[in-house]
Every structure is written in C-alpha cells, then in structure tokens.
Ligand binder design. Structure first.
Ligand code: ATP
Ligand code: MN
Length: 463
C-alpha cells in the first residue's frame, strides 16, 4: 500500500493513485444518498483531504457513522478529481480503519472557535487546530531558512552552553542552577557557600550565547548560535517569554555597517521564504489573525530599512510633537511606544536605530569617538518593536577594561573574554534575534505565548 500525506494527495498529479492516508477527523457529514464525507487532516499542510465513505464499507454503520472530530483513522482508497469547491482531489475510500475514538462529550476541540487563552490551557491538543498547525509549519520554515541563510554564506553553527557561570552582560535576570537542597543551603559566615555546589560556583541558565560565540568568531570568522535562552524577569508582556530561542551570528572583521547589512538581508530572506514556502498558512493568518499579515511582510521584503542614530531618532520624536506616556530624554532607553512610533507611524518601515548612549548599553559594545555613544543597533519592526539587538564589539583591551569598571563588573570573571583582546584582537560584530519575535511578526499573532509550542512565563510551566 502506498502511504501518502494529505499534502501529496491534495495535488492533482495524484489522481488515479491508490493510497493510504492517516490522520485525524476534522468533521463528518452524512449525505442522504447513504454515504458520508469525512474531512481528514494529518498536519502535512494546511488543507484537509475529503474522503468519500461509501455506505457499502463493511464498518460503515458500526464505525464510520460514529466518527467525530478528533478520531484517528487510516483511509485506503483511490484519489479522484473532486467536484467540490476549494479542492482539486478527494479520496474514494475502499477501507477505513479507526485507531482511536474521541468522545465528543469530552473532546474540547469542537467546531466552535476557542479563544487563544483557552487554547493555552489545552497545549496538548492545540496543535490540532488550524492556527497552531499553521504556526508549527511556519516556525519550522523559519528555522530552516535561518540555517540555510547562514550555511549558504559560510557561517559555522556553534553550540554554546546552556549552563553558564558568567552572568553574561546583564542582559537579563537569570535562573540559578544548583543541586543544593534548598531547605539546607550550606553557608559560610552568613553567605551561601557555593564551593560546595555542583559547579563550585554560582551557575545559571544562559541569557545569551554571545560571549562564547565571540570566542569562535575570533578563530573561525563567521559563526552563529541557535539555542534556548532563559530570562527570569517577572514580566507579563505579550512580547516576553521566560524561555525562548535565540539566533546569534557573530562575525570577525565586521563593523557596525556590515552588521546592519547582514541583519537586513537576513530578515528579508526569512520573510520571503515564509511567503513563498507557506502560502496557505500565510493566507490563513491573513484571513483569521491579522488582515495585513501578507502585505506587511511583502512590504518589508521590498523596502530599504531606515537607518537612524539614537540622537536623530530623539530629534524626530521631538519634532513630531507627539505626546508619549513616557517622554524620552537623551540618555534613557527607548520604550516600546517610542519604538512603535518610529517604525509604525514615522517611517512605516523597519528602522535600525544605532549609536546609543553608552550608559544604557552593556560593557562589550564598542565606544564611539564621541565617547558618549556606543556602536549598538536595534532593529525595530511594526507591531513587535525590537526584533534584533546587536552591536560592534569593543576590541580594544584598555577601553573594555574601563567599561567593565564603569559597570562594576569584576574582570576576574571575564579573564578569557579579555584574552581575546590580548591575543590577536580583531574588530567584530554580531546580533541576537529572538525566534518567537520573528514568528510573531510573520503570523501577526498578538501574544508571543501563541507562537511557541509550550510557553514558559511567570507562573506558567505546565505541559
Ligand atoms: P527587550 O528590550 O524587548 O526586552 P532585550 O533588549 O532585553 O529585549 P536582547 O538582550 O537585545 O533583548 O536580546 C536579543 C533579542 O532577543 C531581542 O531583540 C528579542 O528579539 C529577543 N528577546 C529578548 N528577550 C526576550 C524574551 N524575554 N522573550 C522573547 N524574545 C526575547
Ligand atoms: Mn536589545
């Protein structure tokens, strides 16, 4: 028997083939003519396949007519041209095997629409809905394009550690990793005695693989990481998760302009692939989630990103005479409302803001000649705000040491990072892209918890 996916049998080339498809019932409709229509989905594509179940099937009365949403089946039959609208093919079943029933009294995913909040409580079943099937396929497509983009350009994929002892760059609050019995924590004097802990020192879940990626970039040229990242901020926003996936390219001999060029062509490539490789899923997002999903992506692919310094961005906001909830003055960080004003209202395009005040950015960003700003860049997109944060790194040892002192960081913990500047230092740059922010932007989903299979956020760790 020729096992086929629903995606395959939906294509007209498949007409005439005898196949077996396997999946889950979306709906059953009985015809007066003594046969039934079954809609079957197997996740291979957005669409279902329509199955014509003839009354002559031996288990027609006993089983087929009891099928409801959620039941799992195998269907053998011949692929035929369909007379129905919106589909090229259908299957005339010669045998239907029921693998598992789904009692309609208890199965939550009935025809009616459920809110995304409700579906989060059923994270074990929501992949069977149109929305989360589409999300999973688009997320997969984006992941593939990310790897392809870097691999085609000669980047090496580097696996950076998940457990780390350096509290990185103050990028975010960290989760501790310990094997201590929390009821009996060893103390010396009045403080915790970490020498008795598993790693001999405080250890954390990583907030960024950047510092480790820099090590490899300063030996192998162009590298990227793609892994889970953890931030313990107790913030309940629609753009933050406690566990998310981050892509961090790091390139030797790249200055900030090279970094911006790379970020722009990288994002365009991802968006273009989503449009061309997932047209049905994108169409669905456009119809049901955000009616500008496709046009927004297409516009970004066709546009030049605006590049503007932090200082100029503040001037633009000043001139606009718009009132913000949090008015901004030189030296404070852009809030979400400022980011969205720039990208959604002022420029109506992605905006790269660069050269931020040194006081609000981490120690490793390269200090500009003006001494007041550093070579940072954030890429802002409509709806989501910051999607990428990056910088040219400080490659001068003395300046780096000064910056660490400024931020009260103990150079002892960073001896290996400083060594990169002692031995064969080079200008280099990189950035971090949050995978979920990309999926959010592409799909138009309002809440980031709905673009990751099993969201982790304060108070949320079920499944
Ligand atoms: P934000 O200002 O939005 O909180 P950040 O400046 O703390 O982000 P970076 O440290 O620059 O974030 O991280 C790089 C990228 O990782 C961000 O541009 C964003 O795409 C993503 N990101 C950061 N924090 C989170 C989070 N909590 N959940 C999901 N994605 C995140
Ligand atoms: Mn950032």
């Amino acid at each position: 028997m020729d096992i086929a996916s629903v995606a395959e049998v939906r294509r007209p080339e498949c007409i005439g083939r005898h196949v077996c498809i396997r999946g889950w019932i979306r709906s059953r409709r009985d015809s007066k003519g003594g046969f039934s229509f079954l809609e079957v989905n197997d996740g291979s594509c957005f669409g279902n396949i329509q199955v014509i179940a003839d009354g002559q099937l031996p288990n027609y009365e006993s089983e087929v007519k009891q099928l409801t949403a959620g039941c799992s089946v195998s269907v053998e039959g011949t692929v035929k041209e369909s007379g129905g609208k919106g589909q090229a093919t259908e299957i005339a079943a010669t045998a239907i095997v029921v693998h598992g029933w789904a009692d309609p009294e208890g199965y939550p995913l009935q025809k009616k629409q459920h809110s995304f909040e409700k579906l989060r409580e059923w994270a074990h079943l929501r992949p069977r809905t149109n929305t989360f099937g589409a999300m999973a396929r688009v997320r997969n497509c984006i992941t593939r394009s990310i790897h392809q983009f870097f691999q085609e350009q000669g980047f090496l994929y580097v696996h950076t550690p998940i457990i780390t002892a350096s509290d990185c760059e103050g990028a975010g609050a960290m989760f501790k990793v310990t094997t201590f019995d929390l009821d009996r924590i060893p103390k010396q004097a009045d403080s915790v005695d970490y020498s008795q802990d598993f790693f001999d020192r405080p250890a954390y879940l990583t907030v960024s693989g950047q510092l480790n990626a820099e090590i490899f970039a300063c030996a192998l040229g162009k590298v990227y990481t793609f892994g889970p990242t953890f931030r313990a901020e107790n913030s309940n926003t629609s753009r933050h998760l406690s566990e998310f996936w981050m892509i961090e390219p790091e390139m030797a001999f790249f200055d900030l302009n090279d970094n911006m060029d790379l970020a722009e062509s990288f994002l365009k490539r991802i968006f273009r692939d989503a449009l061309t490789q997932c047209p049905d899923d994108m169409q669905f997002f456009q119809e049901r989630i955000d009616d500008t999903a496709i046009s927004t992506l297409q516009k970004v692919v066709d546009s030049d990103f605006v590049r503007i310094s932090y200082t100029e961005a503040l001037e633009v906001m000043d001139r606009s005479r718009r009132t913000f909830e949090f008015p901004i003055t030189w030296g404070s960080d852009l809030q979400s409302e400022h980011e969205r004003f720039l990208t959604e209202e002022e420029f109506k395009a992605p905006v790269i803001v660069y050269d931020y005040p040194r006081s609000i950015k981490p120690f490793y960003m390269r200090v500009n000649d003006d001494e007041r700003t550093v070579r940072a860049m954030d890429v802002l997109v409509p709806k989501v705000g910051e999607i990428i944060g990056g910088s040219q790194r400080e490659e001068r040892l003395e300046v780096l040491e000064t910056r660490m002192a400024e931020q009260h960081l103990d150079p002892k913990g960073y001896w290996w990072y400083l060594d990169l500047r002692r031995f064969g230092t080079v200008p280099h740059s990189g950035f971090g892209l949050g995978l979920e922010r990309v999926v959010q932007f592409v799909s138009g989903m309002a809440n980031i918890r709905d673009v990751i299979p099993f969201p982790r956020a304060p108070g949320l760790a079920e499944f």
